[in-house]
Design a protein around this ligand. Structure first.
Ligand code: ZN
Ligand code: ZN
Length: 466
């Protein structure tokens, strides 16, 4: 008999941590951060104490209590039992969004991380450009709480794959198949155990630029006998279809064409499709795209990923925000940013003088740059990312609106969701035709009952035997 235990990813959107146990193997499908469990106790200004290792996370149930999976340095500090060897065989990562991958930073150094090539690049870049605290130690870490001498350093054990590969965890064969999602390098999995086959969708959609990838995944899954389908249902309760990526492109191009002065855009840095959408719109409208250093760094790291089509750093301009002494010299910036000075950069004062020339990326944290840029009358702001989904984000969103109002920026939205709409979900479930279906990554699992006969509604901590 084999078991699936849901330690995240049910009764909430994201936070996926699904434990698969067979006679000899034990591994997780994703090990993401639960925004709802974290947000219940913490905010931007009330954070877990670094000084208490993972004690704060465990006490508040943000991560599950489990032996032999966490970093010894973070356990030792709280006087908890440590383990020389991990008690699981690995984590199978579907993609590099935080709600699927972020808590791998807390895992034992010897736990193998299986993921796509692209996810590894993204996670490494996120750590290198991050805050430097232990909760972003995705790729390597230096042991915390070492009083004297050199701190031991550990590189995590990554095993990467591409679509079409077959991997093995113990005797279990796993087929990773690419899917379309709002981040490159996203995969679904078909997992063959002695007790039956599991299909895990990760996060996916059909309406993006790479819908064919999801098609290939569904096609493969439907050609197999699937016993349990773990299917994402983020948008299952929404009737509206939403825009496709190509509709976003048309809308954005129209807005840029009609605008005389500056165009600001806000989209997710990891959404390469949206980057391409804006880049293409800029080319067609004769403007230059200006991107933040974090995105420029990610593009630089993507060089080793030959399958990924993205603009080159020479085709865009890199925005230098005002920091340090405000002189826009390399010394003012983080060490990972300094290399970027080899490319063309532009600062707020320069943008101010050429407003009709640029489309400038500006997210919530960059709004203060508006004070230097001083957008002329008729400038616009295109919000091209998902709507706020909790109270705190709603407060930030309202603050952003105040900035836009203060600087007389006309506000537009243009976004295609990273998640399948309800019609797409129904179609996927129907075609895969699994014996049993467990909705995951949704707050509305019961909505599946309208089109699924053998539905299992899993609660947090529950185990399904098969
Ligand atoms: Zn997700
Ligand atoms: Zn995702």
């Amino acid at each position: 008999m084999s078991k699936i235990t849901f330690l995240g990813g049910v009764e909430e959107i994201g936070g996926n941590k699904i434990l698969i146990e067979t006679k000899n193997e034990k591994f997780f499908l994703d090990f993401g951060l639960s925004f709802s469990k974290f947000g219940k106790f913490y905010s931007d200004f009330l954070q877990p104490r670094v000084s208490n290792g993972i004690g704060d996370y465990l006490e508040l149930g943000i991560i599950p209590e489990m032996n032999g999976i966490y970093r010894n340095d973070l356990l030792k500090n709280e006087g908890r039992k440590t383990f020389d060897k991990p008690e699981i065989d690995g984590v199978l990562l579907s993609h590099a969004h935080a709600d699927h991958s972020s808590n791998i930073a807390l895992l034992h150094k010897d736990i193998r991380i299986f993921c796509g090539e692209t996810s590894k690049i993204i996670l490494k870049a996120l750590q290198e450009t991050g805050q430097g605290t232990f909760n972003s130690d995705y790729y390597w870490y230096k042991e915390n709480f070492v009083k004297r001498g050199k701190k031991p350093q550990h590189e995590r054990k990554y095993h990467t794959f591409r679509t079409g590969d077959k991997l093995k965890i113990g005797n279990i064969e796993i087929e990773p198949i690419h899917v379309d999602h709002s981040i490159p390098g996203a995969y679904g999995f078909i997992i063959h155990t002695n007790d039956g086959s599991i299909c895990y969708t990760g996060d996916l959609r059909v309406h993006g630029n790479k819908g064919f990838m999801t098609e290939e995944f569904v096609e493969k899954a439907s050609s197999e006998e699937i016993d349990i389908l773990l299917c994402e249902g983020t948008k299952i309760n929404e009737n509206e279809k939403g825009l496709t990526e190509s509709q976003v492109f048309n809308k954005v191009k129209e807005i840029i064409k009609e605008t005389k002065n500056l165009v600001f855009v806000n989209f997710s840095l990891k959404d390469v499709d949206r980057l391409n959408t804006f880049y293409k719109a800029c080319v067609e409208c004769g403007r230059e795209l200006v991107i933040p250093t974090k995105l420029a760094y990610l593009i630089k790291e993507f060089r080793s990923d030959k399958n990924l089509q993205i603009p080159k750093l020479n085709d865009v301009k890199i925005y230098l925000h005002k920091t340090g002494w405000g002189s826009y010299e390399p010394e003012d910036y983080n060490s990972w940013e300094r290399d970027l000075f080899n490319y063309e950069t532009v600062n707020g004062d320069e943008v101010r003088k050429m407003q009709e020339k640029y489309v400038v990326f500006m997210d919530f944290f960059d709004l203060k740059e508006l004070i230097n840029i001083k957008p002329e009358h008729g400038s616009v702001y295109i919000y091209s990312t998902s709507e706020p989904h909790d109270e705190e984000q709603a407060i930030d969103f309202n603050r952003m609106k105040n900035w836009l109002e203060h600087f007389n920026l006309k506000y537009f939205t243009a976004h295609a969701s990273g998640h399948a709409n309800s019609e797409e979900i129904r179609e996927i479930v129907k075609r895969i035709n699994a014996k049993k279906v467990v909705p995951i990554h949704t707050e509305h699992p019961l909505m599946f009952k309208h089109f699924v006969k053998n539905l299992i509604i899993a609660k947090y901590g529950e185990t399904i035997n098969f």
